[in-house]
Design a protein around this ligand. Sequence first.
Ligand SMILES: [Zn+2]
Length: 267
Amino acid sequence: MTTNPQTGPCRVCKNEAELIFTKQILGKHEAAYFKCAACGHVQTEEPYWLEEAYRNRDYRLDVGMADRCVWSAQTMVALARRVGIGPEEPCLDWGAGTGLFVRLCRDYGMNFFYFDPYPQNIFARGFEADTAGGPEWTCISAFEVAEHLADPLKDFGKLFRLSPRYILFSTLLYGGQSGDWWYFTDNGQHIAFYTRRSLELIGEQYGYRLASNGRDLHLFSKERVRDRILDTSRKRRQKEAGRYRRKYGSRIESDFEQAANGRPLAS
Ligand SMILES: [Zn+2]
């Protein structure tokens, strides 16, 4: 049987996705991008270039990384305050990178831990979680993760299987942009582009509902949460994160004491 390069199965809903354009990535591969007729999800062809795409990451270009960590951590804490995640409830940052987000959330009083399949932990040493044997996470955050997933349904499944009450994550929604949209990066790292519908379908597979601000911030939850809580949390992030910290106290001191007396544990 021959395969038709004009179409392929959607990696979210398995319906047929059609070629919408090709684009050169990593200066040499002509990658095909497909759009699902059913759920609107856009995906690259099977990303055979990933190893190459992550081999020589140029962090010099990512001058906004720390700033994004600050506002996403404050947004997380503001959301925690609104949905009632207490300071003792264990939370996990998936794809935690340098650990700055984890550290900041702990500074504000939340009980956050670190997980990254490709760890480069600097700020959250001692708070690495073994997800296989970790506690029941109340919330899992996954900022700048979704667009990197080669198999969204299966990869999100790893988070859902931990049965958190919430999964807070970011990704820019696709709304018919053309091939020159900056989110279709030519470094080969962004390979999945979601619509609200494709995210809803992923959640439904695992018994979760979706709340979304309709642009870049989303929440999977077991109980329904209103969309507008996301933008409100972001808009009021500084004030509300500050309130959380004043109410429950920062973990900076207690973390220091624990670190000085031995490694803290996730469970
Ligand atoms: Zn689809």
